[in-house]
Write a protein that binds this ligand. Structure first.
Ligand code: GLY
Length: 366
């Protein structure tokens, strides 16, 4: 069973990846010597598919198990939902030794982690991600939180799980569009960290859906992506430096998401567009070869992700939205720019003309 360690000074943990391991959740928690009470947090659809398997496994290992469901969707990622999880925690008398299990995608993982970080000043927390994006990104690294009406993820805490348990077979129920969106983050790891992963994606026959991808390749993708994330987080848990490279494609990506009211593009699609723009900026600045930019963009198309913005946005409003991003530091927009396949640099020294040019290309206005 591939096992990856996220090595941190005070709270290292394992990422376990293997087919069918969701039914060993109880054994895993027992091995970690976690307390007897477990609250599984999920959404109704995911819980319908995988809730019972988790509960049976936990009960068979002697845990006292409760569940709490939150309607699916980013619009429920708020403090009102957290208050309801607190009510469940109180009703079931969760203690410091108790555990919250996040069974779902990034929204469930972020909210469950935030509840675990704050209930009784911190209780145990285990991630069981069910989307590709949550498997390769959101479930690893301890970013937890909710949205504020004025902005995404403005309320949160760094709080690491005790375990991340990834069962690739649960991806069979993931909508194909969400699978492709998760692949955007996988491509991201290829560009920022792992050239071998990038080549494997380039050489693969089909990477567009769970049904068509070679299961061995899917396993490799999960292992290499999680290893990349673990390596980066181990060097910079609280994002004071290198961890920012995980935001490759996110500067312009977030602006596109917010300008289209989080309705037109799912996160991974917006990140794909952001990576195309960041690649173009790097080429314009002489940091990256055009051939590498073409390789990246070809891979994005091969997955079936968008390569142009299909919305009536204006360059000016995209530039304005960039200024409101969390990544703005002392008024300067910070970009992660590729220098090779597998290597990036963080910079805020980019002329607004170059940024504008890359956005015009995305909008097909050049
Ligand atoms: N998703 C970016 C990070 O975890 O830092």
């Amino acid at each position: 069973m591939p096992e990856i360690t996220v090595s941190l000074p005070q709270h290292s943990y394992q990422i376990e990846i293997s087919e069918g391991n969701i039914s060993q959740l109880g054994d895993q928690l027992k091995q970690l010597k976690l307390g007897t009470k477990v609250l599984v947090v999920s959404n109704p659809e995911i819980f319908d598919h995988y809730g019972q398997i988790c509960i049976d496994s936990l009960e068979n290992s002697g845990f006292e198990v409760y569940s709490h469901l939150i309607p699916a969707g980013e619009s429920n990622k708020n403090l009102q939902s957290i208050a309801k999880i607190y009510d469940s925690a109180l009703a079931h008398h969760l203690e410091r030794s108790s555990t919250l299990v996040a069974l779902g995608g990034g929204v469930i993982g972020d909210m469950t982690g935030f509840t675990a970080a704050t209930w009784l000043r911190g209780i145990n927390f285990v991630q069981v991600p069910t989307s590709l994006l949550a498997m390769v990104d959101a479930s690893v690294g301890g970013k937890t939180g909710v949205n504020h009406p004025q902005g995404k993820n403005l309320i949160g805490a760094f709080y690491q799980p005790k375990l991340v348990l990834i069962d690739p077979s649960v991806l069979k129920t993931l909508p194909p569009r969400e699978f492709r969106a998760g692949m955007a983050e996988v491509i991201k790891y290829g560009i920022i960290w792992d050239p071998e992963l990038f080549s494997q994606l380039e050489n693969a026959t089909n990477i567009t859906s769970f049904d068509e991808i070679d299961p061995q390749l899917l396993n490799t993708i999960l292992v290499r992506s999680c290893q990349a994330k673990a390596d980066v987080v181990a060097q910079d848990e609280k994002e004071t430096g290198i961890r920012a490279i995980l935001n490759y494609g996110h500067t312009i990506g977030h602006a596109i998401e917010s300008l289209t009211d989080y309705k037109q593009y799912v996160h991974g699609e917006a990140i794909a567009l952001g990576m195309i723009a960041a690649g173009e900026i790097a080429i314009q600045m002489g940091l990256w070869r055009e051939t590498n930019g073409n390789r990246q963009n070809k891979l994005i198309s091969k997955v079936g992700l968008p390569t142009k913005i299909d919305a009536p946005l204006k360059v000016k409003e995209v530039l304005e939205a960039l200024k409101n991003d969390k990544k703005v530091k002392s008024g300067k927009i910070r970009f992660i720019l590729p220098t090779k396949i597998g290597s990036v640099k963080i910079t805020d020294k980019i002329s607004s003309e170059v940024i504008k040019e890359s956005i015009m290309q995305l909008l097909n206005q050049r």
